[in-house]
Design a protein around this ligand. Structure first.
Ligand SMILES: *Cc1c(COP(=O)(O)O)cnc(C)c1O
Length: 386
């Protein structure tokens, strides 16, 4: 076998971004400063958001968004169970109580019925997640759960580039939380942002990300700055550095092209995998744009003739990397202990769907021939056992 490996992911940092990083390192100012503010402007413009606050991670963004709601300690917050564990840790960090919502069979997100059921004993807020890039409608879900729209926090870690009702995810919400982690659609390595329509909230988050210190306190080491500041609110250490921001600004130039490439790869997978027996394709939104962060297929063990774990192993042997998104959080020991047996035993759809999930390679640098190789390998596994 001489075919090159097809890794599950490969982080692309453009030559321009690499040069920008070196420029910042040589500039004498490497932490939050002018580059970070420019990145906020430019990222906000891309998403069409009125205000953007750059932060250290999406996890921090979710915690900050929830903290700003000022809910009483332990207030219940709905979250999908089929999500990244860090997003649920953020609810706990904010002093609130996660209430898990079962998975919608068709979209792998949550349904209106699902959130209504989870909210039956009351819910103060809700975190929604555009799983794999499939857009979910926060207004519809808030209404179904009986939660004020302002108490919806969007975990948009997968949602960058998607639209809801024709509007970009993050453009019209109170809190849209983005990630620039190495595998995400706009990779910086690490980093995050919160977008909002509320300017007052944006100011609050600017203080919160840096210990609660009064506005522009980063300038205190700058020529134009003063050492004076005040602290009137609780805060955390969650600022983005100029080194990261400079990389992000350059990466942003490529994002439109990258999104088109992701969409083309998804279409190429669809075309070749549609006829493979026992393999379910990812859902497509009726009218809106999918962000195509992940391409998740479902392996139906009986019809395919092999279970997901075996498929993943066989693909690895063929030099093809895959992953699984996600282990439902109620199957993880920490959350089982925290939330209790009862809360973790009422999520049958997630339990049934999880063993089927397989994420295939999807990133702009993946070539058509790489995609074809993945498809041929999958079709070969299915055929061999048919
Ligand atoms: C990656 C991811 C996060 C966390 O993002 P960080 O920037 O690493 O904190 C949160 N939610 C989902 C759904 C993710 O995929």
């Amino acid at each position: 076998m001489t075919a090159p490996r097809v890794p599950f992911c490969r982080t692309e940092i453009t030559p321009g971004a690499q040069q920008a990083a070196v420029r910042v390192l040589a500039s004498g100012w490497v932490t939050t400063g002018a580059e970070s503010f420019a990145f906020e402007q430019e990222f906000g413009a891309w998403v069409q958001a009125p205000y953007t606050v750059a932060v250290s991670s999406c996890t921090a963004a979710i915690e900050m968004a929830l903290t700003a709601l000022g809910l009483p300690p332990g207030a219940p917050v709905l979250t999908p169970t089929l999500t990244f564990c860090g997003a649920v840790q953020a609810i706990v960090h904010a002093g609130l109580r996660p209430v898990l919502v079962d998975t919608d069979e068709a979209t792998l997100t949550v349904s209106a019925e699902g959130v209504a059921k989870a909210a039956r004993n009351g819910a103060a807020a809700m975190v929604i997640q555009h799983m794999a890039g499939y857009p979910v409608d926060s207004v519809e879900l808030a209404a179904a759960a009986g939660i004020p729209e302002g108490n919806v926090v969007e975990d948009a870690a997968h949602g960058l580039g998607a639209t809801v009702g024709g509007q970009p995810v993050g453009s019209i919400c109170r809190a849209g939380c983005f990630s620039f982690y190495a595998t995400k659609n706009l990779p910086i390595g690490e980093g995050g942002a919160i977008t909002t329509t509320d300017g007052g909230l944006a100011e609050r988050w600017r203080r919160m990300r840096l210990h609660g210190m009064s506005g522009d306190s980063w300038r205190r080491y700058h020529r134009s700055g003063t050492w004076r500041y005040t602290v009137e609110d609780a805060g955390m250490k969650a600022n983005l550095t100029d080194l990261q921001a400079a990389i992000g600004r350059e990466q942003l130039h490529r994002l439109r092209t990258w999104q088109r490439r992701r969409t083309a790869i998804a279409a190429r997978y669809d075309a070749q995998l549609g006829s493979v027996r026992g393999l379910g394709l990812p859902p497509r939104p009726a009218a809106d744009m999918h962000a195509w962060h992940l391409y998740i297929v479902r392996i139906h063990r009986r019809a395919f003739g092999m279970d997901r774990d075996m498929v993943s192993e066989r693909l690895a042997e063929a030099g093809i990397g895959t992953s699984v998104h996600f282990i439902p959080v109620h199957q993880l020991p920490y959350f089982r202990n925290l939330l209790g047996w009862d809360a973790c035993s009422e999520l049958p759809a997630a339990d049934q769907i999880f063993p089927q999930l397989l994420s295939l390679p999807l990133y702009p640098g993946l070539s058509d021939s790489d995609v074809d190789r993945v498809c041929e390998a999958l079709a070969g596994l299915a055929a061999r056992t048919a």
